[in-house]
Ligand binder design. Structure first.
Ligand SMILES: Cc1cc2nc3c(=O)[nH]c(=O)nc-3n(C[C@H](O)[C@H](O)[C@H](O)COP(=O)(O)OP(=O)(O)OC[C@H]3O[C@@H](n4cnc5c(N)ncnc54)[C@H](O)[C@@H]3O)c2cc1C
Length: 413
């Protein structure tokens, strides 16, 4: 089998892979190869024809393809090598990649690797959805692919389970395409999508959102004819007597995303159970030296602007690693989530430079503060009016505040 050699291989041509490859090349890494299994670059953005991308970065609401094109143009201008229609099948020891394309199987030996494989949606099986499986059950992203990329309408009378952002966006899209969206049912007592999407995709179109409610049965033999929904109690069980039938021909699932880390696991890279992504330090380096991770494969982002920013940092760090400018830290400070915090990222830092701490709260709060502390010593405190699991919180932490720290805990006060 042919073995190719490259200084840096970036896996995935979505916004994370694109920004990381560009930043690495701009930081002096000349031999960058980007591998994408699809026939085109852009990742999930290609199917997101709604606007709302790039508000932070470009100060305007771009569509997904417009946002991606900005990076593809820069990739072209820098003449960064790419292999499209090529899938990375496995990573041996993190640095030897086995790839497959129309031209056959090949091996690539890489000085450094950036993981940018994105994530996939939870399916009916993944959430153990009760009931039968007639035609008419789609994940929201699959429905988006059918409608936006293949011009295929998926149904006329729709029920959406889960209030994740993709489901909310599809509620609006389906309404605009002439379907009747009966309701969105959410098992949690709060919506899991961004407040702006609740307003713009449901409220503006009069689509009801029922919280603490879930689908407990699916009806129909060939095609979905309806679902039974019921209120869900604090014990996470259906409340007896609250069951009702909702007629529909389509059930859309918007019940969460799973970072696509099969390659990462296969290379024995440590995975953090809270993010389902790699365990990383403040350089976004995984437990395998020279393998970095960014974007949705690392942790699910709500805004693509932050994906690009994170990936650019990773690209620069990888270039520094390849130049030998990145010294391994002599010791590490572990960062742990405490009360009210779902996850933190990075999970450990070298304590030699300032870093950005990303986190999500585990439930909604109002008028609270996020506190970073070492034992009883306060390192950083950020007061916030609204804290919501759907919105990632970012905090800059100064290195002089963590001198001599052994570990840090982040909690909601
Ligand atoms: C439906 C939907 C709507 C969204 N709406 C908004 C919005 O309105 N505003 C906003 O800011 N953000 C939005 N987002 C979020 C934003 O799109 C994501 O945060 C962003 O696309 C993540 O970028 P990524 O590069 O990490 O992943 P992806 O875009 O998923 O890209 C990953 C790429 O890796 C490739 N890949 C995976 N495995 C392999 C392999 N083994 N070999 C080769 N290639 C591989 C995939 O084919 C894919 O192209 C939305 C996301 C979705 C899913």
């Amino acid at each position: 089998m042919q073995t190719l050699k490259h200084d840096l291989v970036v896996i995935g041509g979505g916004p994370a892979g694109l920004a990381a490859a560009i930043a690495a090349k701009e930081a002096g890494c000349d031999d960058v190869l980007l591998i994408e299994r699809d026939r085109r670059l852009g990742g999930i953005l290609n199917q997101c024809i709604h606007d709302g991308f790039g508000l932070h970065r470009f100060g305007k609401a771009l569509t997904g393809p417009e946002y991606a094109q900005h990076f593809i143009d820069r990739l072209d201008a820098l003449a960064i090598q790419r292999m499209l229609g090529t899938i990375v099948l496995s990573m041996e020891g993190g640095h030897v990649l086995h790839i497959s394309s129309k031209t056959g199987f090949r091996r690539i030996s890489a000085g450094a690797v950036i993981l940018g494989m994105g994530c996939r949606e939870r399916t009916a099986g993944a959430i153990c959805l009760p009931g039968t499986r007639p035609a008419g059950i789609y994940t929201a992203g699959a429905a988006q692919t059918f409608i936006n990329l293949q011009n295929i309408m998926i149904g006329k009378r729709i029920v959406i389970l889960g209030s994740g952002d993709i489901g909310l966006i599809m509620a609006r899209r389906l309404t605009l395409e002439g379907a009747e969206v009966e309701a969105v049912f959410e098992i949690l007592p709060y919506a899991s999508g961004l407040p702006r999407n609740i307003q713009q995709c449901l409220n503006d179109y009069g689509i009801p959102l029922y919280l603490s409610t879930s689908v407990i049965d699916i009806h129909g033999k060939e095609r979905v004819t309806g679902v039974t929904v019921a209120e869900i109690g604090p014990d996470r069980r259906p409340v007896p007597g609250t069951e009702r039938h909702v007629a529909c021909d389509t059930l859309l699932l918007s019940v969460g995303l799973i970072p696509e880390n099969e390659l990462t696991r296969g290379a024995d890279i440590l995975i953090e159970s809270r993010t389902s992504g790699a365990y990383v330090d403040d350089a976004f380096m995984t437990s395998r030296p020279g393998v970095f991770s960014c974007g949705n494969v690392l942790h699910v982002h709500d805004l693509v602007d932050y994906v690009s920013e994170e990936a650019e940092t990773v690209g620069r760090n990888t270039a520094a690693f390849l130049k030998g400018d990145m010294r391994p830290a002599e010791s590490h400070i572990d960062i742990k989530p405490g009360n009210g915090v779902g996850y933190v990222l990075p999970q450990r830092v070298g304590g030699e430079k300032d870093f950005v701490l990303s986190l999500r709260v585990s439930e909604p709060f109002r008028n609270r503060a996020v506190l970073v502390r070492e034992g009883k010593r306060k390192v950083k405190r950020k007061k916030m009016v609204r804290l919501h699991p759907a919105e990632m919180i970012r905090m800059n932490v100064k290195v002089d505040k963590i001198q001599d720290a052994m570990s840090l805990e982040v909690s909601v006060e």
